[in-house]
Design a binder for this molecule. Sequence first.
Ligand code: ADP
Ligand code: ZN
Length: 511
Amino acid sequence: RSDVPALLHDVFGFPAFRGVQQQVVSRIMAGQPTLAIMPTGAGKSLCYQLPAVALEGCCVVISPLIALMHDQLRAAQAVGIRAASLTSVDSDWRETQDRLRNGDLDLLYVAPERASGEGFRSLLRATKLALFAIDEAHCVSEWGHDFRPDYRLLRPLLDEFPDVPRLALTATADHHTREDILVQLGIPHDGMIIAGFDRPNIRYAVHPRDGLPRQLSDLIAAREGPGIVYAPTRAATERLAETLTRTGRPTRAYHAGLDPAVRAANQAAFISSEDMVMVATIAFGMGIDKPDVRFVAHAALPKSIEGYYQESGRAGRDGEPAEAHLFWGADDFARARQRIGELDPSRQQGERTRITALGGLVETGSCRRAILLRHFGEDPPASCGNCDNCLNPPASIDATETARKFLSAVYRTGQSFGVGHIEQVLTGAVTDRIRERGHDKISVYGIVRGEEISLLRPVSRALIVKDALQTNEHGGLELGLNARPILRGEEDVSLVLPPRKQRRRRNARNG
Ligand code: ADP
Ligand code: ZN
């Protein structure tokens, strides 16, 4: 129909393509199967919407969430694209089906379970098709963080229409997931296009949790502009929102359990606010376009590096300086690993890899951004100059001896006591429990003294992150999968000391 640059300008109102958009669009216009890996905000929708307008026939978009679908549908209709959706909440099915058959639609949004059904397939046989766009394509992979079995049923549909090009899109794909998407959706290796993931204006910082309400209150008090605090549960969301209101900031909560009207009102208030803090579960943020979010804080460990990148990436979409803060505790890792144990065995390895990757991010003494970008397959410089570790390099010390003492105390006390008891045994405390159990008679009793005592907490944390220690359902510590090499002296444990602690130590020495 019309030429591509003219459509870009006339229909979408953009002067030029951004990043890899042009590359992706030209492949689709040439009918080549493509996997586009683009970070959130990079402009994925244009990659199928523009071909949908330019090519003859309808573009079928498969998308996993009805809410997301309807946002995109409205945006497409707003620029004059002939678009519709077929979902359980649409009432105009008849009309949509007629428009489809008559060639009156550029774009049709459907959910994967619908797309794979026989009724839908026979409808498509009677339709001129331009393109299949598979949004959130990582859902097809069991490696992905958001596996949806329905996505596995798409392949037969795609294969039934071999002449229709397919475009898979995702923001969130580690190496395994990418390979899996290519295989599952039948896209050749050279059809993979990866956009740059770096968000240079976001400053990353990671902190062990240590009085979270105070940590967050301090953070918020020292910053201006709108912010999002991600909390792990609905209850935590409401609790934290109440605490943070006391900072004087307008604060709202958002989670899927709230009344829909309240949720919508809170979201609208946040979007139009210049200083509000939204305390939310990760249900908040998808499809929300607020460019001036100045900080995103995670109150607990996210589900994966992908999830973290995506959630923290909601800061600073306008390109102005923004911050991402991650607060974590060893119990986050312990709980995550317990949950893995309850999963179907086929999914355990993938989840374990995800937790290990997060361990690398929180434990590192070097550049956080480099860790993130390497995770997405990039080859970043060793130092970014805009993360906590680059700005304030932490000291790292060898804590192998202390780690070994800790592990043997866990072992010798029968692998059922919590951190507190192990610390008491190691430091030679006198308690009823220690005497009753005879723990004052074992060889590790009282072998940690002086300065080394301050290492016990960070060491136990590091051992849990490394999966050298596990916690049972009662909070008791057991040796984990990675305890052996440390106990045998085959592996060292180094500790990164947060800058504040270093200062205290220096002061202690000087004074
Ligand atoms: P994604 O789905 O990758 O997160 P979207 O498709 O929602 O991203 O696009 C993000 C924002 O970028 C939208 O506001 C969109 O209008 C804008 N955008 C997309 N392409 C361009 C472009 N070529 N030039 C300017 N803005 C663009
Ligand atoms: Zn850095």
